[in-house]
Design a protein around this ligand. Structure first.
Ligand SMILES: C[S@@+](CC[C@H](N)C(=O)[O-])C[C@H]1O[C@@H](n2cnc3c(N)ncnc32)[C@H](O)[C@@H]1O
Length: 231
């Protein structure tokens, strides 16, 4: 199907856990692991990123590159309500999806939350580059339509980063020391960056940017994932 808002040629795909992902034929990649989109997002971003940060912080800033289908944002929004911990979620996206595409995604029927449909709709109907919006008591969303490589942070004090760009094969320019260092400077001591990627040069670029890098068990067909700590 053609997304007239992003100009992308996309295909709706069912992954191994029954949840949808999109295939971007221009890039030649899926938005998530075909081994399970929700399974991967829960494991990499929620269990190994959000939950440890929530243990130590009642209120914090989180940055995602890029928002895409909004799956990570939805899962974080649900977890914030469940744990009564407050997130200011900042998401950048170069090519926002048409709401007529995101409405076809089956996430809200698969996650265990009576508010999922309302949350997901709020995440996608919010305008880009406007004022932050309070989706619920514990979740504020700021959406930026921009190229992440051109973002300038101004004292963001991030506690957590979801690094979820397309792969370093498809987008080598985003997985580099310059951009990881920019994030490192915007993060507080003790902050985490999590990503599904495990390529050697990604690990090396993270280390050279100042992070301590941990390899964690992967999921959904992937052996490992990375978690980087700013000491
Ligand atoms: C692997 S997909 C993951 C998306 C999302 N996290 C999700 O759960 O659907 C990568 C996303 O990064 C976006 N993206 C690619 N290049 C970007 C850039 N330079 N700046 C901001 N976003 C970008 C893509 O449009 C896509 O939505």
């Amino acid at each position: 199907m053609f997304d007239s808002v992003s100009g992308l040629q996309l295909k709706l795909v069912i992954t191994a856990d029954g949840s949808h992902t999109l295939y971007n034929s221009g890039i030649g990649e899926h938005y998530h692991s075909t081994g399970g989109a929700i399974t991967e997002s829960m494991h990499v971003y929620i269990r190994n990123g959000l939950m440890p940060v929530m243990e130590d912080n009642d209120i914090f800033h989180l940055y995602e590159t890029g928002l895409g289908t909004g799956l990570n944002a939805l899962l974080a929004c649900i977890e914030a309500r469940r744990q009564c911990k407050s997130i200011h979620y900042h998401a950048c996206e170069l090519l926002p999806l048409d709401i007529r595409i995101t409405e076809q995604l089956n996430y809200t029927s698969l996650v265990n939350s009576e508010y999922a449909a309302a949350d997901f709709s709020a995440i996608h109907t919010q305008a880009y580059n406007g004022e932050p919006v309070r989706v619920h008591k514990h979740f504020i969303l700021s959406k930026y339509q921009c190229d992440f490589s051109e973002v300038n942070f101004h004292d963001e004090q991030l506690r957590l980063v979801f690094f979820d760009a397309f792969s370093s094969n498809a987008q080598p320019e985003l997985w580099c020391i310059e951009l990881f260092s920019k994030l490192w400077r915007a993060m507080l001591p003790g902050a985490l960056l999590v990503t599904y990627a495990t390529a050697g040069h990604v690990k090396q670029a993270l280390r050279q940017s100042g992070f301590q890098v941990q390899r964690l068990k992967g999921v959904a067909g992937k052996r490992e994932m990375l978690r980087a700590l700013k000491l």
